[in-house]
Write a new protein. Structure first.
Length: 217
């Protein structure tokens, strides 16, 4: 590894540290007149991140980190949203037959499923920042990232980054599932199953015509 590689690695480290003054300088040069902008996440790989120049109500500056399959993420979220909104509309339009607990319960269930999906798709899965020197004796070296990574981290060939406690790459969420969004992913799976069952029951109940009974002789 030559001097140029070392300098580039140090630059990566500076850019990945949101609290580092160098990152603020880079942000000012990238978008001096914009409050927020989209840039390549972690300065490597194919992920994108929505950033702001300053914190808002204690949140930020990274607001949303999406993976390289973000078009499929948009399509999937759109389909789930349309299906949920249509179901809720059908339920609430039959307010004379539906109890308030059934209507509000379905609204919370469908909304919670969409929220869990959004958190899974927009949360940093635990991307390992570039490190030119091992921090612990158990650290391993990733040839693809040209960086050391902690034990248990694995490289994702789709996102082109190393992820802590890498589970798998989910194209439906558009990104990797790892340490920081695995809980959201499981929550989305469970809520998706329950919301889908609820939607099927409600649609078949209020959209299908009632059964025709033959007249009694």
């Amino acid at each position: 590894m030559g001097p140029t590689d070392v300098e580039e690695g140090r630059q990566f480290l500076d850019d990945n540290d949101d609290t580092h003054q160098g990152a603020d300088d880079v942000a000012e040069r990238i978008a001096p007149r914009s409050f927020c902008w989209v840039e390549r996440a972690f300065h490597r790989g194919d992920s994108l991140v929505l950033r702001s120049r300053s914190l808002v109500c204690g949140c930020g500056p990274r607001w949303c980190s999406v993976g390289p399959h973000w078009p499929l993420l948009s399509v999937t979220f759109g389909i789930l949203s349309v299906f949920a909104i249509f179901t809720i509309h059908v339920v609430w339009s039959n307010d004379q037959q539906v109890s308030s607990s059934e209507a509000w319960g379905g609204l919370c269930l469908c909304g919670g499923s969409l929220l869990a999906y959004a958190l899974t798709a927009c949360t940093d899965p635990g991307v390992v920042p570039v490190s030119l020197e091992p921090t612990l004796a158990t650290d391993t070296y990733c040839d693809y990232c040209a960086s050391y990574r902690p034990a248990g981290a694995s490289h994702c060939s789709d996102c082109k980054v190393c992820v802590l406690e890498y589970d798998h790459h989910c194209p439906w969420t558009g990104k990797c599932i790892g340490k920081r969004n695995l809980t959201y992913f499981y929550l989305w799976l469970f809520s998706l199953v329950f919301s889908f069952v609820y939607e099927m029951i409600q649609l078949t109940t209020y959209l299908l015509p009632p059964p025709q009974h033959p007249p009694h002789p």
